[in-house]
Design a protein. Sequence first.
Length: 267
Amino acid sequence: MVQVVLLGTGTPNAEPWASFPAYALICNHKTYLIDCGPGAVRQCTKAFYQGVGDLKPQKLDHVFLTHLHSDHCGGLSEVILVPWVLERENPLHVYGPKGTEEMCGYLLKAYEKDTSFRDDGPEPINHTGLQTIPHEIQEGLIYQDDAVSVEAYRVKHGSLESYAYVFQAENKKVVFSGDTCPVDIMKVIAKDADLLIHEAEYCEALKERTPAWKKYHQAMHTMSVDLADIIKQAKPKLTVTTHRILHLNYYDTQVSMDEVHRREDAL
């Protein structure tokens, strides 16, 4: 059975109703994280206590980063450290664009006081679970085991190197867009997918923004009407929108959750 868990569907904004981007694909009791925004490990733990046994933190040993924006990788230090403290034995494999190796190295260096104390001190901790093995990827097949195969495709998120991922598992096809403006390749790789998880930005809400911000967002993200065109062409069996940018002014006045959902449904 293939299972996909939405651990976080938010944006860089500090939204109380949505955690930062993170997803898990589970197949044959193997777990693969796609992005790991801040709090991703705790979201896994929450799902574990709700009955998703394969999201036990100690099982987190593969993560695929779509790009290196902080809302998508700000929880990487948690994925490195917390499962290890909880006695993960396997090394952590991190797949991502150029810069992934440098990021992993800096994070390990930043927490060296902590890890040295645990590793060399009285704590009965293993020496392997902290090992972090980065893989800087290019387009094509980037990973395969007896449960899944993973292909990476370049998308366009401004000038930042960014990838969409296509997971094939048990004759199921699951596509993660990452952050991207509309690109023709999505119509191809999402063709007849069982599940497409794609970012979306609401066109009506964008009208509230200044011309400079409109130009920025249209170059970086996929407007809702453009996503509709992708879906029409690719015909995935199910599409889940994520990273939904609403542009509602939540920070000047307090807005209730009911009001948030009402405005979102009205867009």
